[in-house]
Write a protein that binds this ligand. Structure first.
Ligand SMILES: Nc1ncnc2c1ncn2[C@@H]1O[C@H](COP(=O)(O)OP(=O)(O)OP(=O)(O)O)[C@@H](O)[C@H]1O
Length: 254
C-alpha cells in the first residue's frame, strides 16, 4: 500500500465503496441508514448525490471522506482502504488529500478571507510565501480576490461560500466533498457555486462529490446518484448545463 501522504494520482476509481452498511443506535433504537451501498467515483467529475431528507446522503459522504466508520463493507480512497488507516494516518490523509465545503460555510469570524484560505496551508507546513501565493490564486480563481481583506460579516452569503471553496481548493486536494453547499444561498449564487465546483473538477482533475436535496442542481452535475432509504436507486450521466466561459468578473458580480 502507498503511504497515505504520497502525492496521489491514482489510476483507478478515486473513491470506491463496496457493500457499505451503517446504522446508528440511539437508546434502544437502531436506525439502519445505509444498506450495502456500492459505488465508484472518478477524477475530473462532479457527482451529485440527491435524495429526500434523511435518506442517508450526509452519512454516505461522511463515510467516503473518512469522517465516519462503516459497520460493514469497505471504502477505498485514492487506492487506500480507509479502515486500514489508524486515526492519525486518517487525519493526515484528510489534511493532504481532501477538501470540504459545508452548508454553513464554517468560516472563522475573526479571520479575513485571505487568512481563512491560508490557515490549512500553514497546517500543511508550506513556506509562508507559498501559502500567500496559493491563497491569493485560489481566491482569484473563485472570483473573490478583491474581498481578500474582509471578514465573514462583511461578505455576502455567495462570497462566503466562494471563500470556503477557495479554502478547500488551495490545498489542491484530489478529493473535494461538499455537503449541501447551496442550501443557504439564493438561486443565482447556488448555481454559481455548483458551476464553480464543476469547473474545479474539470480544470484540476478533482473528484468532486456533492450531496444535496436541491433539485435545481440536478442539471449541473456530470453524474447524479439518486438515493432513497439508504440505497442508490439510479445512476445517471448528464451533459451539465455549464457556463464554462464565465469570467471571474462575471462571477464577482453575483
Ligand atoms: N450521529 C447520528 N446519530 C443518530 N442518528 C443519526 C446520526 N447521523 C444521522 N442519523 C440519522 O440517519 C438518517 C440519515 O441521516 P443523513 O444526515 O445521512 O440524511 P440526509 O439524506 O443527509 O438528510 P438531509 O438532507 O436532511 O441532510 C437520519 O434518520 C438521521 O436522523
Amino acid at each position: 500500500m502507498n503511504s497515505p501522504l504520497d502525492n496521489k494520482r491514482y489510476a483507478g476509481p478515486s473513491l470506491r465503496a463496496e457493500r457499505v452498511t451503517k446504522s446508528f443506535v440511539t437508546g434502544r433504537v437502531r436506525t439502519s441508514v445505509l444498506h450495502e451501498v456500492s459505488l465508484e467515483l472518478h477524477a475530473g467529475e462532479l457527482t451529485l448525490i440527491s435524495g429526500p431528507s434523511g435518506c442517508g446522503k450526509s452519512t454516505l459522504l461522511a463515510i467516503l471522506s473518512g469522517l465516519q466508520k462503516v459497520d460493514s463493507g469497505e471504502v477505498f480512497a485514492l487506492g487506500d482502504k480507509l479502515d486500514d488507516l489508524g486515526q492519525r494516518e486518517l487525519e493526515r490523509f484528510r489534511l493532504a488529500h481532501t477538501g470540504f465545503v459545508f452548508q454553513g460555510f464554517n468560516l472563522f469570524p475573526a479571520l479575513t478571507a485571505l487568512e481563512q484560505v491560508e490557515l490549512p496551508l500553514h497546517y500543511l507546513g508550506l513556506p509562508s510565501r507559498e501559502v500567500r501565493e496559493r491563497a491569493l490564486r485560489s481566491l482569484d480563481e473563485v472570483g473573490v480576490a478583491h474581498r481578500a481583506s474582509l471578514r465573514p460579516t462583511e461578505l455576502s452569503g455567495g462570497e462566503k461560500q466562494r471563500v470556503a471553496v477557495a479554502r478547500a481548493m488551495a490545498k489542491e486536494p484530489e478529493l473535494l466533498f461538499a455537503d449541501e453547499p447551496t442550501s443557504a444561498l439564493d438561486a443565482a449564487n447556488g448555481q454559481m457555486v455548483i458551476d464553480l465546483l464543476h469547473r474545479i473538477a474539470r480544470t484540476h482533475g478533482t473528484t468532486v462529490l456533492c450531496v444535496s436535496h436541491d433539485p435545481r442542481l440536478l442539471g449541473h452535475a456530470d453524474r447524479v446518484l439518486a438515493m432513497e432509504d439508504g440505497r442508490i436507486l439510479s445512476d445517471q450521466r448528464h451533459t451539465p448545463e455549464l457556463a464554462p466561459g464565465r469570467s471571474n468578473q462575471e462571477i464577482s458580480s453575483l
